[in-house]
Design a protein around this ligand. Structure first.
Ligand SMILES: *Cc1c(COP(=O)(O)O)cnc(C)c1O
Length: 296
């Protein structure tokens, strides 16, 4: 239920073609329970697809366990690892995945380039017609500069994986604890530990996420509310609803993503600026007014 639209919308399209799709729930931290995966398997099941890590709340899923289940039942297992590649160790063998997707721009590679790993022996239909490129799987002349750029970015990310992971985890936790400790009525979304090193997602109650983003932008801070790919849409995030947040709390969510170019000074700047912005917005908020009056 918390997959990226890249997978969810594809599943919806498959349903229109007559396939039956099971959407597994997640717990309050956004974790898929491997037992639910196993229980959902029928003799008709041909594919399992679970993301390695969630793009909004950063939760890292128990992929090795799910892979083992898929393997035991001889079902093809695809993993959307777009958030994981370049951020945490990824291993198609120990994870038991048959297909794994990644996207170049998520680890500082060029936009418009990604890759699908396909385990030898896994049969896939042609993805685009019109040529025999990529052994007949994907027509069109290959985008060589994009491919080379992505490989170079991946090499760099992979070489610095451990070092970046340690540093980003420190910055992430400083940001999370700083926000939760100084701003009342806030909560962390996602799992505290099973979490991408660079992901911060908090709900700040009694304010609108979009208003918060505008104020942060004026202060030179880029954040997002919900998913970056759905910005402009005012619907609450399907991920935050799936972990059980009420609509109004989902609307007041803030995601801050950290990468290797971010500094501790930037984290300190956010922690200096954010409490004041939240206080100002709450002072104008009828929701906050009602809440405070209700308490009195
Ligand atoms: C960004 C993202 C995608 C989509 O990748 P694009 O190359 O940006 O279209 C898919 N899944 C996840 C988990 C993502 O974070």
């Amino acid at each position: 239920m918390i997959e990226h639209h890249a997978v969810l919308h594809t599943c919806q399209w498959l349903e229109k073609q007559g396939f039956e799709v099971t959407y597994l729930p997640v717990d309050e931290f956004g974790l898929v329970n491997p037992k639910d995966v196993e229980a959902a398997i029928t003799n008709q099941t041909i594919l399992i697809s679970i993301m390695a890590a969630n793009n909004e709340i950063g939760t890292i899923e128990p992929i090795p366990e799910i892979g083992r289940i898929a393997h035991e039942h001889k079902i093809i297992f695809h993993c959307d690892a777009v958030q994981a590649v370049g951020a945490i160790p990824v291993n198609v063998d120990s994870w038991n995945v048959d297909m794994l997707s990644l996207s170049g721009h998520k680890f500082h590679g060029p936009k418009g380039v990604g890759a699908l790993y396909i385990r030898t022996g896994t049969k896939v239909d042609q993805f685009m017609h019109g040529g025999a490129q990529e052994r007949g799987r994907r027509a069109t002349t290959e985008n060589v500069p994009g491919i080379v750029g992505m490989a170079a970015a991946l090499e760099k990310a992979a070489n610095n994986l451990e070092e970046n992971g340690i540093r980003l985890t420190y910055l992430r936790d400083k940001l999370i604890h700083g926000i939760l400790d100084t701003i009342p009525y806030t909560r962390l979304n996602g799992h505290a530990l099973q979490r991408l090193p660079g992901n911060v997602n908090v709900s700040i109650q009694y304010i609108e996420g979009e208003a918060l983003l505008l104020r942060l932008d004026l202060a030179g801070i880029a954040g997002s509310s919900g998913s970056a790919c759905t910005s402009g849409s005012l619907d609450p995030s399907h991920v935050l609803l799936a972990i059980g947040l009420p609509h109004e709390v989902a609307h007041g969510s803030l995601r801050l993503s950290l990468t290797d170019t971010n500094t501790e000074e930037e984290v300190d700047e956010v922690l200096r600026v954010l409490p004041q912005i939240v206080e100002n917005l709450r002072a104008m908020s009828p929701m906050y007014d009602d809440f405070i009056n209700g308490k009195k």
